[in-house]
Design a protein around this ligand. Structure first.
Ligand code: F6R
Length: 551
């Protein structure tokens, strides 16, 4: 700092996800009160900020930004009577919406006040230093001991102390949590991007997902799930709800559960589910998937379903996240921190979890024989090696991506499980390379999409499922005949595909339900290299955030 030393050792900052007003310096956090004495950063949305702002302006407060957040700074200031904790507590009474907020006050410079409602906030406990953050990786370099702040709690941090109070102002004894993630997990470790690193971490991530969950004699042990046969028999249907990539993993989950447990499953995007008045009762099992465990739409879906009597089973990656805390049963993916916005290792581990749950239910229901389960579990254990084989093909995938990076449209086709892999590949391509891509069930081509195929169109075909291979081969021939450049992913039972397409990858023989795990890795790598070739910011794609904690 120019002009001498800077004595302050307490600070706040926030990478803003624009919800109100354009991304600009004026709208950037922290926001301050008119006299500059109160500074705040905020994650979430203050729903009633307009009436609050009008009231504050009438009282003489001057606003400089378009944000909802700024009302918090002014409100705290108007409630401040010499005790910042009391001022924040008063302020909370007037706020509606979701928020995690950090507040600094110039008159009490050693204190940092944190509040939380339906938006993630953790407290990191250090030696002579303490931290708050919205996500664990942010503080991993400094400490692995954390408190999870609950809704409506208020924390007061100084460098040597953390005190937490409940809604009624009573001090709360928080239990600290030890995070066993390696601090190195939150660094790139020699890779150009977190996404590439996380793609390469998938063999280990899958092993970590399975560790301790399959006994020596092949029994599935899901300790965090307390579903017994009687409870399972009580459900007449299952609903799976998630967003984005987690939705795609849920789509595979639906297929697995229907195949093995023979329970009807409805799949719904959380953003749709929450507004459609879903049919839910105490005979509903709601399964939610969420890497972050903080996705606002998914949390809202849980709330709706719980109020109508559903039991909630969550598959998530983040211990102690809001979704984990709301759920009745939890299965952690154990993928380690995922930093890149584009989800990769979370997806394959979610798929592995869904397969474990489906087999577990199938066995409880008596629909799956021990031999059948053993075969799938053995294949699941070997899926790490299959992913590694896909990673070993990275250069060939890169070449195909670099040859076609100027194409502005790409199409992905598959049937059954392969269609879901195509959906996930298409999402990856869109979000990081900004190429327009669409996925179709291959059998639907003739009902319209084939009209889009012309000379040079890129088609990525996923054909790992034995029962539909021949059908998919016909679809490949149809698009080739119209000039498409085709990359195919199939099993090594079908080397004949090599002469039909421009590039083919053959997955070593595995159980068909496991094939989507290695298959998606080829598409992740393709999307990655496409984005690199196009000069995109791979880890931070435009308009996207890692945790979507707002609607
Ligand atoms: C895609 C991606 C998003 C997330 C979605 C749900 O690569 O990352 O589509 O999958 O926002 O996030 P979680 O899983 O945290 O609920």
């Amino acid at each position: 700092m120019e002009g001498g030393s800077w004595p302050q050792t307490t600070g706040i900052g926030h990478t803003r996800w624009a919800t109100h007003g354009e991304p600009s310096d004026l709208n950037a956090h922290p926001h301050t009160s008119t006299d500059g004495k109160i500074a705040v950063v905020h994650n979430g949305i203050i729903e009633n900020y307009i009436p609050l702002k009008e009231k504050l302006i009438a009282q003489g407060h001057r606003f400089v930004s378009d944000t909802d957040t700024e009302v918090i700074a002014h409100l705290v200031s108007s409630n401040y009577k010499g005790d910042i904790l009391e001022a924040v507590k008063e302020t909370v009474k007037e706020l509606q919406g979701s928020y995690s907020v950090a507040v600094l006050c110039q008159d009490e410079p050693d204190k940092l006040i944190a509040i939380r409602k339906n938006s993630p906030l953790i407290i990191g406990l250090g030696e002579g230093e303490n931290f708050i953050a919205s996500d664990i990786p942010a503080i991993l370099k400094h400490t692995r001991t954390i408190y999870l702040l609950d809704n409506d709690e208020v924390a007061v941090l100084t460098k040597d102390d953390v005190k937490v109070y409940d809604e009624l102002g009573k001090e709360v004894e928080k239990q600290s949590l030890k995070i066993d993630w390696d601090p190195g997990d939150a660094e790139k470790g020699g890779y150009d991007h977190f996404m590439l690193k996380e793609i390469h971490e998938q063999p280990r991530a899958i092993q970590d997902t399975l560790t301790g969950r399959i006994t020596e004699d092949g029994e599935i042990k899901l300790d965090d799930i307390k579903l017994d046969k009687e409870t399972l028999d009580n459900f007449d249907h299952i609903q799976i709800v998630a967003c984005g990539t987690a939705y795609n993993a849920g789509m595979l989950g639906k297929q697995y559960i229907e195949k093995y447990a023979r329970i009807p499953v409805e799949m719904e995007a959380a953003s749709e589910y929450r507004y459609k008045n879903p049919i839910v009762s105490d005979k509903t099992l709601l399964i939610v998937l969420s890497q972050s465990g903080e996705t606002a739409d998914t949390l809202a879906a849980i709330d709706i379903a719980k109020k109508q009597g559903a039991r909630v089973l969550a598959i998530t990656n983040v211990v102690g996240s809001s979704i984990a805390r709301e759920a009745d049963d939890i299965l952690y993916t154990n993928a380690g921190p995922e930093i890149a916005v584009a989800s990769t290792k979370a997806y394959v581990t979610q798929v592995a979890c869904m397969l474990l749950i489906a087999l577990y239910m199938g066995e409880l229901k008596g629909n799956v024989t021990k031999e059948e389960a053993d075969e799938v579990l053995a294949a699941l254990k070997e899926s790490s090696d299959l992913i590694q084989r896909a990673l070993d093909d990275a250069d060939k995938i890169k070449d195909f991506a670099y040859e076609h990076f100027k194409n502005e449209d790409m199409y992905l086709i598959g049937r059954g499980e392969d269609y879901v892999t195509a959906m996930e590949g298409s999402l990856k391509i869109k979000e990081i390379s900004y190429v327009h891509s669409e996925s179709f069930p291959a059998g639907e081509l003739k009902h319209g999409p084939i009209a889009l195929i012309e000379d040079g169109t890129v088609v990525l075909a996923v054909a790992t499922q034995e029962n539909t291979f021949e059908k998919l081969l016909s679809n490949i021939k149809e698009v080739k005949a119209r000039g498409a450049h085709v990359l195919a992913i199939t099993s090594d039972d079908h080397p004949e595909i090599m002469t039909e397409v421009d590039q083919a990858f053959l997955i070593p023989k595995t159980n068909q339900v496991v094939a989507p795990i290695p298959a998606v890795v080829y598409l992740q790598l393709f999307a990655y290299y496409l984005a690199v070739a196009r000069g995109c910011d791979v880890d931070k794609p435009k308009n996207l955030a890692k945790s979507v904690t707002v609607e």
